[in-house]
Design a protein around this ligand. Structure first.
Ligand code: FE
Length: 165
């Protein structure tokens, strides 16, 4: 994971990541819920943070949740909204989710597919309609999901390692 950099005072530096964000190989998308997938880009185990693409197709729902830390999003394709708010994030939109903000992500009926880049710190803290805690995801559960999926589709459990720092 670490490389010595020749002629630099930076003796140890993690490898950079440079990948085509929207993959040609469908297997790179990790299923998360019916009609919801994520594509890992950077899984930061030292800071409990991750960057991924979220893909949601019609009728897909990302369950009601909050984050204890900030989240930044940029919409690459399609559009989506939160059931709790009346604005719509459209292609090219930037979205900031402040810590503690509770939301449920859905795509409008006339949108076949949305893809959004998210930079997520901390965790996804899932709550029910009464805001009672019902589950969570963090960078480690994300890595576990990737390993399981990449094993099942033949890419191999270690396929995810290229995104882990
Ligand atoms: Fe969120």
């Amino acid at each position: 994971m670490y490389q010595a950099m020749k002629g630099s005072t930076h003796v140890l530096a993690p490898h950079e990541i440079a990948v085509t964000a929207i993959p040609e190989d469908e297997r790179v998308w990790v299923p998360q819920a019916p009609n919801v997938w994520f594509r890992p880009l950077m899984l930061n185990t030292l800071q409990g943070q991750w960057c991924n693409l979220l893909r949601v197709r019609r009728a897909g729902v990302l369950s009601r949740h909050l984050h204890p830390s900030p989240v930044h999003g940029f919409v690459l394709k399609g559009s989506w909204r939160y059931l709790e708010h009346d604005w719509v994030a459209t292609e090219g939109s930037y979205v900031f989710e402040p810590p503690g903000e509770i939301h449920t992500l859905v795509v409008p009926d006339d949108v076949p597919e949305m893809i959004t880049f998210f930079n997520i710190s901390g965790c996804m803290y899932y709550v029910d309609q009464d805001n009672k805690h019902v589950g969570f995801e963090d960078v480690f559960t994300k890595i576990d999901m990737c390993r399981k999926h990449y094993t099942e589709v033949g890419l191999g459990a270690d396929y995810v390692d290229q995104f882990v720092r």
